[in-house]
Design a protein around this ligand. Structure first.
Ligand SMILES: C[C@@](CO)(OP(=O)(O)O)[C@H](O)COP(=O)(O)OP(=O)(O)OC[C@H]1O[C@@H](n2ccc(N)nc2=O)[C@H](O)[C@@H]1O
Ligand SMILES: Nc1ncnc2c1ncn2[C@@H]1O[C@H](COP(=O)(O)OP(=O)(O)O)[C@@H](O)[C@H]1O
Length: 302
């Protein structure tokens, strides 16, 4: 059975490096809180949001090629290769560095598209970090972030690899150490467009900005939750169900919802009770990204 929890695999590098392939983790994130402070004249919204990684996500299996082609398998339904953030990240790195290297990239996808768990952004970040390592292009983290931010607002946080509060539209990052709880994440079978949520006239977009120290200790909320619950009755239903058992919220602009627990056993116990027509998973929150952990291990080995 495939394992989408990274910590076990990362404890044994022989499962990560097989022949000329290396498997790189592309973890999910949760927005433990998300407040919208303001709409800027250019239409973007200023946020204060807490990112934590999950010990769970996609794998990117990468090997080098003799030519400069980027081969990407398998196809994601309804997404052209040229629009896939993995392909865009790889070609952006080639262009930035003038590098003639290529790669075969196989994506083992488990994270839902438009799920608010950052799958696309994480795939882009893992591609940049992994290919910079494999191609020996030697870019600094800051240079990778410069490329990544053009691909999506959340790509820099996945490159940075440490839990943080992001402000502005995501460019101002303050590292922090929230509790590493266990989460039960439920995935409704629907994708939510981030643009659509931010365009909604009823969105709460004037939450006063607060000092980060206060945000971390106050009760956590997500300003997108009210309108997402209104638009999608199924999400409303799922959140009401989870709230019977534990504190629960929306992540990002949805569609996934999560509940937090102090132990894996507690999270698993509620997972067993979930309505059978919904999929979900249990995973631990981590303040250091599994990708950063693997990269350090690979560098130490060389
Ligand atoms: C708000 C977050 C929190 O994690 O939501 P999720 O996408 O994860 O659910 C993200 O930062 C989202 O980042 P990302 O998904 O990359 O959004 P983008 O593609 O950059 O933006 C899509 C559209 O949403 C609107 N948008 C996005 C981010 C923002 N701070 N203000 C906005 O108004 C803009 O209209 C933009 O054109
Ligand atoms: N490799 C990829 N994985 C997922 N989505 C991708 C990818 N490449 C491009 N996309 C596009 O990015 C959109 C947002 O994806 P994703 O980051 O998974 O959602 P969210 O930001 O809600 O967590 C998708 O709906 C899809 O159209």
């Amino acid at each position: 059975m495939k394992n989408y929890h990274f910590s076990t695999a990362l404890s044994d590098l022989s499962t990560i490096q097989q022949g000329n392939h290396i498997r790189f983790p592309s973890p999910a994130k949760l927005n433990l809180f998300l407040y919208i402070n303001n709409k800027r004249p250019d239409g973007y919204h200023e946020l204060q949001t807490l990112f934590q990684f999950l010990d769970y996500g996609d794998w990117l299996n990468i090997s080098l090629r003799d030519d400069d082609q980027i081969q990407l398998t398998p196809d994601i339904p309804n997404l052209n290769k040229q629009d896939n953030l993995i392909y865009r990240a790889a070609t952006a790195l080639q262009q930035y560095t003038d590098c003639q290297c290529g790669a075969n990239i196989h994506l083992d996808k488990i994270l839902p598209l438009g799920g608010g768990v950052g799958g696309g952004s994480s795939n882009a970040a893992t591609t940049l970090v992994a290919l910079n390592y494999l191609w020996k292009t030697g870019l600094t983290e800051q240079q990778l972030i410069e490329i990544g931010v053009k691909l999506g607002a959340d790509v820099p946080i996945f490159i940075d690899g440490r839990a943080a509060v992001a402000e502005g539209i995501g460019e101002k990052i303050t590292h922090c150490q929230p509790q590493q709880k266990w989460y039960l994440v439920l995935k409704p079978e629907l994708a939510i467009s981030t643009a659509k949520i931010f365009a909604d006239v009823n969105l709460t977009r004037n939450t006063p900005k607060k000092p980060i120290s206060q945000l971390l200790t106050d009760e956590y909320r997500n300003d997108c939750e009210k309108i997402v619950r209104n638009h999608y009755p199924i999400i409303d239903e799922l959140l009401s169900w989870l709230l019977q058992y534990a504190p629960a919220r929306l992540t990002g602009t949805g569609a996934c919802v999560f509940a937090e627990f102090d132990s894996e056993q507690d999270a698993q116990a509620i997972y067993q009770l979930k309505p059978t027509n919904f999929s979900g998973f249990v995973a631990k929150g981590c303040n250091t990204s599994p990708l950063a952990i693997l990269l350090n291990q690979l560098k130490r080995q060389n």
